[in-house]
Write a new protein. Sequence first.
Length: 157
Amino acid sequence: MPGKDDKPCRVCTDFRTWAKQEKKKYSTQSSQETNTADTTKSQIRECPPDVKQLGRATWTFLHTMAAYYPDHPSNQEQRLMRSFLSSFSRFYPCGHCAEHLQEEIKKWPPRVESRQQLGMWMCEMHNKVNKMLGKDPFDCNKIDERWRDGPIDGSCD
């Protein structure tokens, strides 16, 4: 999927599609550069995230932020959270995802009256995306276990 400037957008597509689109850029690499790249395949690379990596990291950030939101936020904290989510939806790097989030926020404004309400709203938004992607929904009754407290068995301690 192209980005706003009609160039291939790494955060809007999966890695393989993006890599194919970008292959032409690197077809003129010297064999020495290619050999260096092959040598480092087993090493961790600092590559820009693709749409899947960005999505996972984004949901982790948003759910964790909701998990640590105040139980009884002040009016100012509620206003700031609404403002953050509105701004976030406008600047998210994947244009398609940003537009979708903006539409969802208009239909279902963030519930910022408490930590529990924000966490449930976030989970419901995430499950809407999961459904669009053909993924199983997450049990929203487990948001604290997943994003704040960890499993009862202590496996995260």
